[in-house]
Design a protein around this ligand. Structure first.
Ligand code: BGC
Length: 753
């Protein structure tokens, strides 16, 4: 077969490093003259009215001058249902059913900037149907902790993968005519104590790991809005952090849009006003009457207020306000979005292992036992904030039934109940009596009746598909998991099933990693199925039945055990603090759960998170310290084998170009995600053993060979030099490692910088 050539360039924010590059941010200033003329006509009171919430999800325009309010909508994996004006309770609308897209970690498992773009377009289009101006997404914090409560919303443990996807998502959203609000800026890498924790991180790590994707989303993606995080960095709340907001974001990156605090995350008038916050969400305690007083008292120059109004109006000008009679006239969910959600889901499922090629399901399998409540659990909402009232949701069980080959019978046993996690603290007898399905605790032993039923169903089948994993009450905003062990005795259930049936495929439904060593003993194949959107069940079924080859790759490491992970190994997490509840959780509890009592005195002494692992986050740690893992970053098998050959690496003036042949040796069409890592041979500064620098998703027909070219800008090989306080290029030899995963390197080449 003739070889075709595919060139996958990798630009990232490298252009950012070239001082004269025109930034997409500059588009925002196109109307500054008009905007200044408007500001000149406004009273101080009118201006300050724009700097805080009007309702829970809007801020004021300038009614006297015909300038519309700004309407916000929660993402990041679908537009959240409409809430009542002053809280998060459902407004009870019928037109706000949206598309539930695969959550962040599932999107990231596609390793596809193109899909992230389509995803952004989809979510942006639906937000416009709802009359919204700003989507609170993408959520792009680095997954520093395996237990992180919002791992499922976030993308990856790697900054390059996160940056590429964040840029795709942001551009997609904004091409749909709405602003993306990239969150949570910055270093919001834990939920525990998120409202008060002070992050101490060295400058190099901050730049290379934690700020990289934000920088790319601003400079390359042109993000029009940024949400400062709840936590502190270097002693100052992110919502009043001069260094992050004024020096880096605006000063260095040239951000021209608006900043809006996370909900409840504004802490003072002087701090917020002087150090970079434009909009207080929610309430007006700080950027309301107190700000007017401070200006009148001469403590804050009115020009600072003008700067904020200007930044808000830039976004208002860039995003056309939708008249009330032109939106919310039909269901928000769009066919194209649902197709994108399906496509993402088909490319995100990760085949972790496949002993004896037990998958795809063989032709002689006539009876499949689907076991485990996660096969039928809905995942569109829960987890506190992010969530979607989805038009529908095809569960794995439904997908398997609907797509079953002729003559295949599906039986089902739930095996375990739904279970409480963080929400356990909210349980009250009345709530639980209305939700009998949520009756188990995380560590509750298997229910003997459910277990006996599961064993009987398993015994009678040719193949068992065992669905295990977590749910959205243990992986949730507002708290981290206590550990990454499988809940509700899921391991013992697997062992019991294995006694009666040795053909077990384990499918994990979760947003983040779990310890899998025990399950691994019983299952011949393991699949990571994610919280995969409204079409997730169809996508999974088509993969398990062999219509589509799996092609997802892990965007984070599955450690062998939690204690191996860097923050745990170095005793940096969990930090000791005296906490009485989550900042936002308490508000939510009141709004959503209807509980009347709000705890007072949230944190008596706050925690400090020392990021002393430096840049050794995720695989950078395990690789460098040679710690074996369960499944490595970038890992994901297919139903075909791919052959990598004939690498050529060339260093040009600005770009390192690496090409190689990639062949699909199998009998079906399949995608491969080729990954390029850099290892420093004679480094004079410290580096992780290797770092991802480029990647590409390549579709190959059965038997097809392509020449794949991956390009890495030389600027992307630089490090943050703390002495120079700038990016610096270290000269020396580099080993280019190309492979199918971070632990499956197939080709090597050397270059000299
Ligand atoms: C979350 C944000 C979210 C906001 C509004 C906060 O608790 O951290 O991600 O956008 O609530 O719902």
């Amino acid at each position: 077969m003739r070889k075709s050539i595919i060139v996958l360039s990798f630009a990232l924010a490298a252009a950012a490093c070239t001082p004269k590059a025109v930034s997409p941010q500059d588009k925002l200033t196109a109307h500054d003259e008009d905007i200044n003329a408007i500001i000149a006509q406004m009273s101080l009171e009118e201006k300050v009215e724009m700097l805080h919430s009007k309702t829970n999800m809007s801020s004021e325009g300038v009614p006297r001058l015909g300038i519309q309010d700004i309407k916000y909508a929660d993402g990041p994996f679908g537009i959240r249902e409409e809430g009542v004006p002053n809280g998060f309770q459902s407004a009870g609308w019928i037109t706000d059913s949206a598309t539930y897209f695969p959550t962040g970690s599932a999107l990231a498992a596609t390793w596809s900037k193109d899909l992230a773009y389509k995803y952004g377009v989809g979510i942006g289009t639906e937000a416009r149907k709802r009359g919204k101006d700003i989507i609170l997404g993408p959520a792009i914090n680095i997954q520093r902790l395996p237990v992180g409560g919002r791992t499922y919303e976030y993308l990856s443990e790697d900054p390059v993968l996160t940056a590429e996807l964040a840029v795709g998502y942001t551009k997609g959203v904004q091409d749909a005519g709405i602003a993306a609000c990239v969150k949570h800026f910055a270093l919001n890498n834990q939920e525990m104590n998120r409202g008060s924790v002070n992050v101490i991180c060295d400058e190099r790590t901050m730049r290379e790991i934690y700020l990289k994707a934000f920088e790319a989303a601003v400079k390359e993606g042109g993000a029009m809005a940024i949400m400062p995080a709840y936590n502190k960095v270097g002693g100052n709340y992110c919502s009043e952090n001069e260094y992050l907001l004024n020096e880096i974001l605006r000063g260095e990156w040239g951000f021209k849009g608006l900043t809006v605090s996370d909900w409840g995350g504004t802490h003072s008038t002087m701090g917020a006003a002087l150090h970079g916050l434009d909009v207080q969400m929610t309430g007006d305690t700080y950027l309301g009457p107190a700000l007017i007083d401070s200006v009148k008292a001469g403590k804050i120059p009115e020009s600072i207020v003008d700067d904020k109004v200007r930044e808000i109006l830039r976004v208002r000008y860039a995003v056309e306000a939708i008249p009330a009679d032109k939106c919310n006239t039909e269901t928000a969910s769009q066919k194209e979005s649902r197709e994108t959600a399906y496509e993402v889901a088909t490319k995100s499922v990760v085949l972790l292992k496949n002993n004896g090629n037990i998958l795809p399901v063989k032709k002689d399998v006539k009876k499949i036992a689907v076991i485990g409540r996660n096969a039928e659990a809905l995942t569109q909402s829960g987890g506190m904030g992010a969530g979607v009232k989805s038009v529908y949701e095809v569960t794995p069980l439904e997908g398997l039934r609907k797509n079953a080959p002729a003559g295949v019978e599906i039986t089902y046993a739930p095996a375990y109940k739904d279970y409480l996690g963080m929400f356990a603290m909210w349980k009250d007898p009345e709530y639980l009596s209305q939700h009998p399905e949520i009756a188990a605790e995380i560590d509750e032993p298997a229910d003997p009746d459910l277990l006996a039923e599961a064993v009987a169903v398993a015994k009678d089948a040719d193949l068992v598909l065992y669905f295990f994993g977590t749910n959205k009450s243990i992986e949730t905003e507002g708290s981290d998991r206590i550990d990454i062990k499988l809940p509700v005795d899921q391991e013992r259930i697997a062992a019991a099933i294995a006694e009666v049936n040795s053909n077990i495929v384990g499918v994990m439904i979760s947003g983040g990693p779990c310890e899998l060593a025990e399950i691994d003993k019983y299952a011949s194949a393991l699949v990571q199925g994610w919280w995969n959107g409204l079409e997730g069940g169809n996508a999974l079924a088509k993969i398990l039945y062999g219509e589509i080859a799996p092609s997802g790759k892990l965007p984070f490491t599955f450690p062998a055990k939690l204690e191996d992970s860097p923050a745990y190994a170095l005793d940096n997490y969990p930090q000791k603090a005296d906490v009485e509840g989550d900042l936002f959780g308490n508000q939510y509890r009141q709004d959503i759960q209807g509980q009347k009592k709000r705890p007072t005195g949230l944190v008596r002494y706050p925690a400090t998170a020392y990021y002393s692992e430096g840049s050794l986050v995720g695989y950078r740690w395990y690789d460098t310290k040679e710690i074996p893992v369960m499944f490595a970053f970038g890992h994901g098998l297919s139903y075909v084998d791919f052959e990598y050959s004939d690498i050529k690496a060339k260093k040009g003036k600005d770009i390192v170009t690496v090409s190689f042949n990639l062949t699909n040796k199998g009998k079906m069409d399949a995608d491969e995600v080729a990954q390029l890592y850099v290892h420093r041979i004679d480094a004079t500064v410290e580096w992780p053993y290797k770092e991802l620098k480029a990647f590409g998703r390549i579709s190959l027909k059965a038997g097809e060979t392509r020449i794949v070219t991956l390009a890495v800008p030389v600027d992307e090989i630089r490090y943050w030099d703390e002495n120079m306080n700038d990016w610096n290029l270290e000269h020396g030899s580099l080993e280019i490692l190309v492979g199918s995963s971070s632990d499956d390197i197939r080709l090597k080449a050397n270059i000299v910088i």
